[in-house]
Structure formats: C-alpha cells, structure tokens
Design a protein around this ligand. Structure first.
Ligand code: ARG
Ligand code: ZN
Length: 854
C-alpha cells in the first residue's frame, strides 16, 4: 500500500496518558498497556490500535473484560468500537525479544534487552496508535530477573524501584513530557555507568549516565565530553536547556542505524559511543562527537517539537543535522568540517538525487517509511536549513528558531511550520524558497563570466536547471544564495564576497571596477547544494587553488582541477597533469595552511565521484586513470612525501586539532609514497602499521598495505586480526578495509570474507562493513562478469528474512544500472529482478527494488 502526504487526517482518538507494565524476559515478555483514550472531534469511528505480530491476550475497557464480539482485528490492527468520549483501554500481549531479528521493537542484543521504535517499532511492543501526532505522558514499570538485568532504564526520571521474590526486581520511570510512541525506550541489562553531571543555565542539576558493558567503561570519556559540550552549546547558540533530571545513553552492539533520540534515554550503536586511541580512528572520534550531539539536540528539534507525520521527517532530521554540523564546526576546524560535509552530501545525496530513488526533502508518498531515512531527508534537508541561515544571518535565524520552538513546543509540527516561523521571526519572504521541500533533483547552475573592457564591468550570468526526477518531469527555478568573489589576477585579491540571490532561470549580475577580466570564485562555502558548471580554465583553477581565501572554494578549485584531468583522461584525451602536480607541491609547501586542510586538498577525488561526473561510468578506465595519476603524483613528489611522512611523525599521542591534522596528512603522504612505487614504501607502511600507538595511523597503514600486492599485505592483515579478534568494532574495520581496498582480487576476497567465521548477518555493523563497503568500492563492485552484483543480491535476499531494514539499504547500489554499459547494466537489472522474484519479500526491499527497476 502507498501512503500519501495528501491523505493526512488528524487522529480520531488521542491517548493523553499511558501506563506500561513490562514483565521482562528474553524469550517471553508480557506487556500490559493501559491507555487513557479520548475521542478527538465529532465522529463515531471506533478506536483503532496499530499492532504488528501481536495477539491480544486480554482486552478491558474501563476495567471490564471485552467479549470476542466487542473487538476485531483488521489485518494486524486491533479495532474496538467505543461509545463514550473517554475510556481506559487495557491490553495484554506477549512478545519474544530474543527472536526479534529485525531489531525493531523490543529486542535482545548481547544479553541486553533494548528498544528501537522509530519509525514504527512501537506497534511491535503493544497495541497503540503508532503515529507521531499522538502525544502521551508515559509511566513505565518494569520487572526483571535481577541477576540478568540489574539495571532497568526507561524514558524520563526514575521514580521508585525495589526487590521482588524469585530473584526479580522492579523499577518505575515517569516521563512528564508528552511524546509520540516512536520516542519510547527501555533498556534492561548488566551495564556499568560512566556517571557525571551538568548544571543547566538556569541552575538545574542533571545527572548524566553513559551505560555500557563494564569492560567498555574506559572507552566512554570522549562521548561524555561530547555530551556536556553539546548541552552547553545548545544553551549558548540556540538558548535551549535540558528539561529532565536525568539524561542517559546506552550503547548496544546490534543496531540498525547510528543512534536514537528517545526522550531522556538515547540508545546508540556502540560504534558512536566507544572510543579510545588504540581502537578508534580520529574519524571515529569525530563521529562519536557528532552523533552524541545530534541525538542530544533532538531533545528540542524532534522531541519537544516533533513531526506531525513521517512526511515531515526532515523537519527534525534536516534541522538536527544542521545543528550537529554547526556544533562540530565550532568544536574543531570549520573549514575541514564543511569540506567533509560536502563530500558526504555529494557522495550520498547527489547520487540519490540523480537516480531512481530521488525524492523531495518532503516526500509525497512512500510504501515503507524506513526507506526514507535518506541522505536527502538528512543531508539535503540540512543544506536547506543552512541556506535559510545564510539568507537570514545568524541573528535573524536565531529569532526564527526561537519563534519556532516557542510556537510549537509540545506540538507535532510540519516543515511548513518551520519555514513560517523563519519568515515571521526572521523577517523574510520564503515563498519561492519552499520549492526546496517539494522539488527533487540537484539544480545545475551554469556560470559564465564575461568582461566588458569599455565599461570596466565583470558580468556574471547564472542559469539554472533542475533535472527531471521520478514523478517530476518539469521543474521551476529555485531560490538560492550563491556566494562569490572576483579575484584580481595580478594582486590575487578581491573586494569582498557578494551573496547573490539567484531566483530566475537566468540572471546576470554586473560588477563595476575591473580593468581586466577577474577570476571567479563561486559557491564559496558551498552556499547552495548545487552542481556548478563553469568554463573556468585549468589556469584559473590553479590560481584559485593557490590563492582563494575561502577554504572550501580553494579545496574545490583543486578538486575540479583534478576532476578535469581525470575525466578527460577517461574520455581518451591527452591531459596535461602538470598543473595538478604543481598545485599539490605548492599546497604542501604552504606554511600558512594547516595539516588537516592540506590533506583534504591534495587528495584525489574518489572513483565514484569521478564516475558521477560522467553520463556513462567506466569503472575500469576511471580506476586506471586515477591510479596512474596517483602514481605520477607519488613519483614526481617522492622526496616531498618522504619528508612529510617524517615531519608528521608524532612524539606521543594527542587529540589536539594539530595532532589529528598531522595524522591525516601522514596517512596521505604514506598513500602517495606507496603509489610512487618506491622500493621501500611497503616497508615504511608496515613500520607505521607496526609501531603506531593509535588506530588512525595503524588503520591508515593497513589500508595502504591492503590495496597493494606487497610482501606485508597478508602479514599486516593477520596481525591486525589476531590483535583485535575479540573487539567487534575493530574487527569491523578489518572487514571494511579489505572490502574497500583497491586490490585486483577484491571480489574473491570479499566472497571469502563472507564465509569467515566472524562474519554474521545478525549484526548490522558487520554486514555494512563487508557488503556495504564493497558495494561502495566502484572498481571492485563493478568488476568482471557481474559476480559482485550477484554477491550483494544474495545478501539482500538472505538478510531480508531476518532484517528487512538493513537489507533494503544494500539495494541502491544495484539501482544505478542506467549509468553503466549494457552488459553491466543488464546484469544489475537481472539481480534486481531476481531479488524481486523472492517469495515473501519485505515491503522494505520490494519498494527499493521496484523503484530501481522503473
Ligand atoms: N532518529 C534517528 C536519528 O537520526 C534515526 C532513526 C532511524 N530509524 C529508522 N527506522 N530509520 O537520530
Ligand atoms: Zn536524527
């Protein structure tokens, strides 16, 4: 069935209060739910409660048991006709957490019992109107075996607890804030706590707890710091204070996504909580900080103000991603953070937006909402909020966000409500800007700069086109801020940024005061999430890569310089790569630049990014061209790489920005040195691998070794495996590094790893580390005769019966078949058809496959 945004109707029954009583047990948990229901508006419709896989063992209304003729099942929903306007409805069900392989609802993970309810998992726990616009106050009582589950946590604040006979105990938690059921959570298990505290700006004391397996306790310090930094940042930047006496985070090993913002009880994939230098890379540290912040920020953008329906998902996710990106920028280097964010946007969202799964930031329809937790909802959604921030400036944006929180506190709101608050609070007309919510597809902006010598004017002409996407053949021009600067060639300076408001299909902007044609720096800071086509020469790009004072634009000029050479080479042209090599040489010699920025700027665009620039992707030619350029850069600047690798060797570990930047650059230098073909490169990589006192350098060296065919490849992989065999998160890296490697045998290697004793379909992190990574390895995945497609399709089919949400996430790489030659494209289609023919396929996978084939 297809759910449409236009079909939204207010709920017929509300549930202001709910009391849940859980008799917890891994195999059979009893759930007694008492719902205070009230009729909403004037109608005579029955109460309808969603359920999935539930059988009502008893139903009472106002304390009186119903007879079988007083209720019915409509599919899996429970329907109860009620005469009055307010009743207490009680149901009893039994669920089996240990048998829950979908990891939605109440499930078991490594001896713990935990929940994941967003988007529609609560209906797997108890009968309930499972929609985000039904807000209830929860009181939760849990009983459990005290030895197995000594810790009992739920949303809100702890009220009371005690012991029972038979070795059981109980705890009661109340959450005073009305919330939709997708924010419900409980955790039971043998957990240790990193306990800390935070005093809010109004002086309230909050107890903070990060709960993990006892052995992991030493790895929670970074997450705790990130939590306290986030709490302070949200007060300072958005004026948002925490509102309960307790805030708890639990880390679990089996989790479908990154983490979940349940009110007062966030539940995390352990990879976004645990970090220490031995096992986490600097990227992992940053991801922990970012995800902890993201989930914390949801307390306001998501929980206090939630979504009316799931079409509004970007209301909370786009805004919260923007908030976490801003936070991380403030905690570290804004320039490098922006470069990273744009790289992710292009790799995931631009690809999605140009394929069969393209959808607007506010979709019009869906079959399975879990498929819409996408880069478009999250990352493009964040860019849309960022553009409003750019258009308004920080003060007026803050006025808009204050109004939004004030107006909608305690409500289930819409994207329109957010935009309206920005208009009213910020004082701006966003009528045309709203198209960003309804039109899918990445706008392409053509930029042409001309110079009128007679008038001394530079004339910039921008034209825009939004490509057709499924269901949207014709597009209207969008409104967007394009930040530019015009550089005087001789002085390498400009007269300040200009923020252009592009609103029409074609628009010209005139800039007086140029006696000679200037150099165009455009979309500075990536002010709009668009593709820029400009006719800037390689010489102009080289100029900008040396002189642009906007770090993003400088990085971008360098990337474009490289992309032009690589795309030209793939197209069979003889390209001059000397400007690329010169730009890299100058960049690494520029003492004003920090190491992290240098590492970003000098790295070659990924194979898939190069492919994205071409109508028809030729993975082999792209790999060859990129590999050769990398080898040439390596060999030409061999002495520079040696010097850089030596210069960035640290004397002791630190998490300072400078130290992190140095490690990043050290890994890049090692990569180029290895690409140079220098005889001792393999040994240098192995030495770095062997001696590193941190995972960033060890894993960086392992990645270099794993891509080579050198002597140390097998040894390094074996040493790594044996050293970390009982650490699931590090073992994930072992799988992932091999799946991402540029090794001619990647296909066979991944195939063998799928049969490794440590591979399991039951852990989503492990599945993503091997097959998610492999499907992102363009050269490896598209190798040869389509064996890679078959392998991924086999996993989709096998995983679908266990965990359809995670299975569905592996489909999109196969959906890109239109971008490949007839043989590859045909083989990809054939695998999609084969998946679709599987009996009993979930609607998660069905939707992704059907859309991919259309
Ligand atoms: N709200 C969570 C977050 O972004 C993600 C929940 C994902 N759930 C899902 N069914 N896709 O922080
Ligand atoms: Zn989120």
């Amino acid at each position: 069935a297809i759910i449409r945004r236009s079909d939204y109707r207010a709920p017929l029954w509300l549930v202001p209060d709910v009391a849940l009583d859980f008799a917890l047990d891994a195999d059979a948990t009893q759930v007694r739910a008492t719902l205070a229901v009230t009729r909403n508006g004037d109608h005579d419709q029955p109460l309808r409660l969603d359920g999935e896989g539930l059988v009502p063992l008893s139903i009472t209304v106002d304390g009186i048991a119903l007879t079988p003729d007083q209720w019915s099942m409509d599919g899996s929903a429970l329907v109860i006709p009620l005469s009055g306007n307010a009743h207490a409805v009680e149901t009893l069900v039994t669920i089996a957490p240990a048998a829950n392989t979908q990891l939605m609802g109440l499930y078991a993970s490594g001896g713990l019992l935990c929940t994941q309810c967003e988007a529609e998992g609560f209906r797997r726990i108890t009968f309930f109107p499972d929609r985000p616009d039904v807000l209830s106050r929860y009181s939760v009582r849990m009983t459990a075996d005290k030895a197995l589950y000594p810790v009992l946590l739920a949303n809100g604040d702890p009220v009371a607890s005690g012991d029972l006979e038979d070795g059981r105990h109980w705890a009661q938690w109340n959450d005073p804030f009305p919330k939709p059921c997708y924010l419900f959570a409980l955790v039971a298990g043998d957990l240790a706590c990193n306990a800390d505290g935070f005093t809010t700006m109004s002086g309230r004391k909050v107890s903070l707890g990060i709960w993990v397996k006892a052995a992991d306790l030493p790895r929670t310090a970074h997450a705790m710091k990130a939590l306290k930094d986030s709490m302070a940042w949200d007060e300072r930047v958005y004026g948002r204070e925490y509102d309960l006496a307790a805030f708890n985070i639990v880390a679990v090993a089996d989790f479908n996504f990154g983490a979940m913002e349940n009110k007062g009880l966030n539940i995390f994939n352990s990879r976004y909580i645990l970090a220490d230098p031995e096992t986490a890379t600097d990227m992992d540290y940053d991801a922990v900080e970012g995800v902890v912040a993201h989930e914390y920020f949801h307390n306001w953008s998501g929980n206090r103000v939630t979504c009316r329906d799931w079409f509004q998902l970007s209301l909370k996710e786009g805004f919260t991603v923007f908030r976490d990106q801003s936070f991380s920028a403030d905690m570290g280097s804004p320039a490098v953070k922006r470069i990273d964010d744009v790289r992710i946007l292009r790799a995931a969202q631009f690809q999605e937006d140009s394929g069969p799964l393209a959808h607007p930031v506010r979709p019009e329809s869906y079959m399975e909402i879990s498929n819409f937790y996408t880069a478009t909802i999250y990352n493009k959604g964040a860019e849309v909020i960022r553009m409003m921030h750019t258009l308004l400036g920080p003060e007026r944006f803050r006025a808009g966000s204050d109004l939004y929180f004030d107006r909608h506190d305690g409500q289930a709101a819409t994207c329109e409500d957010f935009v309206k608050a920005m208009e009213d609070g910020g004082g701006i007309d966003l009528t045309q800007f709203r198209l960003w919510y309804s039109q899918a597809g990445t706008p392409r902006i053509n930029a042409t700069l001309t110079h009128d010598a007679a008038t001394g004017e530079a004339i910039l002409t921008l034209s825009q086109a939004v490509p057709p996407t499924p269901g949207q053949p014709d597009k209207k021009p969008m409104a967007m801020p394009i930040r530019i600067a015009l550089f005087d060639r001789a002085s390498a300076r400009h007269h300040g940024d200009a923020l252009l408001h592009l609103t029409q299909a074609e628009q010209s902007f005139r800039f007086p005061g140029f006696s000679a044609p200037p150099v165009l720096s455009i979309n500075r800071g990536f002010s709009a999430p668009v593709v820029i086509d400009s006719d800037r020469s390689q010489a102009d790009l080289a100029f900008l890569s040396a002189h642009d004072d906007d770090p993003f634009a400088r990085y971008e000029a360098m990337q474009q310089l490289m992309v032009n050479v690589l795309v030209g080479t793939v197209a069979g042209q003889a390209m001059d790569d000397t400007p690329v090599i010169a730009a890299i040489r100058d960049t690494i010699a520029d003492s004003k630049l920090d190491d992290a920025f240098i590492a970003e700027a000098i790295r070659l665009p990924s194979e898939s990014y190069i492919g994205d620039q071409m109508l028809l992707v030729d993975p082999d030619a792209i790999h060859l061209a990129r590999d050769r350029l990398q080898a040439k850069i390596g060999a030409t600047l061999e002495q520079e790489w040696r010097a850089l690798h030596a210069r960035t060797e640290a004397n002791g570990f630190s998490l300072s920005s400078a130290a992190k930047g140095a490690r990043k650059l050290r890994n890049t230098a090692l990569l180029y040195l290895s690409a140079s073909g220098a005889k001792d490169a393999d040994a240098i990589a192995f030495a770095q691998f062997d001696r590193a006192d941190n995972m960033t350098e060890r894993q960086g060296a392992l990645a270099v070794l794993a891509s080579g065919i050198g002597d140390h490849r097998e040894a390094a992989l074996d040493i790594f495996y044996n050293r970390y065999a009982d650490d699931a998160l590090v073992l994930d890296k072992w799988f992932q590094t091999q799946a991402l490697a540029f090794h001619p045998d990647t296909l066979a290697i991944v195939d063998a790893l799928g049969r490794h004793k440590d591979f399991t379909l039951s852990n989503p992190n492990r599945v993503r580390s091997l097959y998610g990574a492999f499907a992102a390895n363009q050269w490896g995945f598209h190798q040869g005769d389509g064996a890679g497609y078959r392998m991924v399709a086999d996993i989709v089919i096998a995983l679908d019966s266990l965990n359809p949400q995670t299975a569905a996430r592996l489909v999109p790489p196969l959906g890109r078949w239109r971008r490949f030659d007839a043989v590859r494209g045909g083989a990809m289609r054939a695998e999609l058809e084969r998946i679709l023919a599987t009996p009993g396929l979930s609607k998660d996978v069905t939707e992704q496959v059907v859309k991919s084939l259309e």
